[in-house]
Design a protein around this ligand. Structure first.
Ligand SMILES: CC(C)(COP(=O)(O)OP(=O)(O)OC[C@H]1O[C@@H](n2cnc3c(N)ncnc32)[C@H](O)[C@@H]1OP(=O)(O)O)[C@@H](O)C(=O)NCCC(=O)NCCS
Length: 136
């Protein structure tokens, strides 16, 4: 049975998921701090096994970023990513009751843009904004 739960994920489960989707793992202390500083997150379980995750970071009032949307490969294509996105967007709608002008960003992985377009996201170049930029 698939369950979408709005609770904090464990460090081990987070590293398990990032590894499963090909992003590797990070030091436990780094993940712990990142999760502690997360605004909101949802985890997806098949019975007790973690199979998906997504989180919001940001200031809750002006800018929010959607990060780390992950579904383990064996569970992809079953609308779990959609459920994760819908749960995160519902939470953003709650924040928007306080400040309707929140701007929500995300950086799509290469080839994943079409998935996000289904939820109304547009590439910045298509809305008269400059390119999104990143510093590694
Ligand atoms: C991207 C990801 C979260 C999608 O999750 P999912 O559970 O497989 O997606 P869903 O089953 O909810 O798909 C919803 C729709 O998006 C489409 N879609 C999903 N991935 C897509 C892709 N890479 N390219 C184009 N369309 C895609 C589906 O075909 C489906 O379309 P439909 O509504 O027309 O049927 C998942 O593939 C994943 O975890 N990938 C690895 C990690 C990753 O790259 N995450 C994104 C970080 S930015």
């Amino acid at each position: 049975m698939i369950r979408v739960v709005d609770s904090k994920i464990s460090v081990d489960d987070f590293n398990y998921l990032t590894d499963k989707v090909g992003w590797g793992t990070r030091d436990a202390n780094i993940i712990e701090e990142a999760l502690n500083n997360t605004l909101y997150s949802v985890s997806v379980y098949d019975n007790d096994k973690i199979v998906g995750y997504g989180r919001l970071i940001g200031d809750k009032t002006i800018f929010i970023y959607i990060q780390d949307i992950m579904v383990v490969p064996e569970y992809q294509g079953q609308r779990i990513g959609t459920q994760i996105m819908n749960a995160l967007l519902r939470k953003i709608d709650e924040y928007k009751k306080i400040n309707p002008n929140i701007r929500t960003y995300l950086g799509a992985s290469k080839g994943k843009e079409k998935f996000y377009e289904k939820f109304g996201f547009k590439t910045r170049a298509n809305v008269d904004l400059g390119e999104g930029m990143v510093l590694f």
